[in-house]
Design a protein around this ligand. Structure first.
Ligand SMILES: [Zn+2]
Length: 369
């Protein structure tokens, strides 16, 4: 093997997530969203030889030389095989994967998304997320972000742990009943990743002044369900330039979005996203208010997990800069009884009374860093 040319492309290796299989006359290289399907049998052997060759770090020139020389592959076919490996994101920098590193499996996920995993991890380490609500969704999003290497979390909740929480608030135990949720959650997160800086606030902001008193963050994740909170948070975040994301469930529908990035996306007020009482029939609105006042959510562990995981993945995408958040400019709901997805557009309305004055920011999420 020749030493790499100084200043030339660095050597790459076959990503450990690449597998090869043949099914129904088609060779599959890699699997998942970037898999390459090859029906041309003449390409099978060069592809397999090339993948095998890249088990050790190689430059592109070295690998082509190997195909053209010892393997006797013709030029066009060798180039086609190389492009398939490259387009299938099969090759990663030799230094991108250290199996002993705590974030190594996530690094593979970021590389599979076509971005520099080390850069994603550095971005996450610099990020601060504030969670409004430490219940079912707050539990699961917080533990996902802390263990993924998000540098700082602020946990905000006024509630204390109750026995009826334990069906979905999995980081709490019976022994925690009566203790503040934010503090118990912080204890559990520190056990899982001592590198994550965690601050707790026992309280629930209910007005603009209380929201302004919270520490500034790169993103607010809102899963608290107090009436009117989403509108208040939206106004606060648009005003202060902080991104925010709502995650919740509507009975048996797991809901997340829109991811609001002031200046770049629509906000909560750009489009009507939720049903409301009639403004022009106050007596009917009062009766509806009485009925709704007795509402108790049929909160369910798996539905909480569904909303939490989809929201947490979007938070990581946004903060880490890989992929495109699925809730950008839209609110999405997974109907758990039939596994269909409902989508509500939430793109920017230039006449929106809340965000029209915000200057457009740099476009987000171009797909790669
Ligand atoms: Zn708006």
């Amino acid at each position: 093997m020749h030493p790499p040319t100084p200043g030339g492309p660095p050597p790459r290796v076959l990503a450990p997530y690449v597998r090869i299989g043949i099914q129904d006359g088609t060779l599959f290289l890699g699997f998942g969203s970037v898999q390459q399907s090859v029906r041309d049998r003449e390409l099978w052997r060069p592809l397999v030889q090339l993948a095998d060759h890249f088990r050790e770090p190689r430059t592109r020139a070295e690998a082509l030389e190997f195909l053209l020389g010892p393997c006797r592959v013709e030029v066009a076919r060798a180039e086609a095989a190389m492009l398939m490996l490259e387009h299938g994101r099969c090759l990663i920098p030799a230094s991108a994967y250290d199996p002993q590193d705590r974030y190594s499996r996530h690094a593979l996920f970021y590389e599979l998304s076509g971005v520099d995993a080390r850069r994603v991890q550095r971005r996450l380490a610099r990020a601060h997320v504030l969670l409004l609500g430490c219940g079912g969704i707050g539990n699961l999003v917080a533990v996902t972000l802390a263990t993924a290497g998000v540098g700082a979390l602020t946990l905000v909740d006024a509630d204390h742990v109750e026995l009826s929480n334990l069906t979905r608030q999995f980081l709490f135990t019976e022994a925690d009943t009566g203790l503040p949720k934010s503090q118990v959650l912080a204890r559990e997160l520190r056990r899982r990743n001592p590198g994550c800086r965690i601050r707790t606030i026992v309280g629930a902001p209910t007005d603009s002044e209380a929201l302004r008193a919270l520490p500034e963050a790169d993103l607010l994740l809102v899963s608290a369900d107090s009436p009117g909170l989403t509108a208040l948070v939206n106004a606060h975040c648009v005003d202060s330039g902080q991104a925010w994301l709502n995650a919740c469930y509507v009975n048996d529908v797991a809901v997340w979005g829109p991811l609001v990035v002031p200046g770049s996306t629509g906000c909560w007020d750009c489009r009507p996203l939720t049903a409301r009482a009639p403004a022009d029939e106050p007596d009917l609105a009062a009766i509806i208010g009485r009925v709704n006042a007795r509402y108790q959510a049929p909160s369910n562990g798996p539905v909480n997990m569904l909303a939490s995981s989809l929201a947490a993945l979007d938070v990581l995408r946004h903060l880490g800069g890989f992929g495109v958040p699925a809730s950008l400019n839209r609110r999405r709901g997974v109907w758990s009884h039939e596994l269909s997805i409902q989508e509500q557009p939430a793109d920017r309305d230039p006449r929106c009374s809340t965000c029209a004055e915000v200057r457009p920011a740099t476009p987000l999420h171009q797909g790669v860093l």
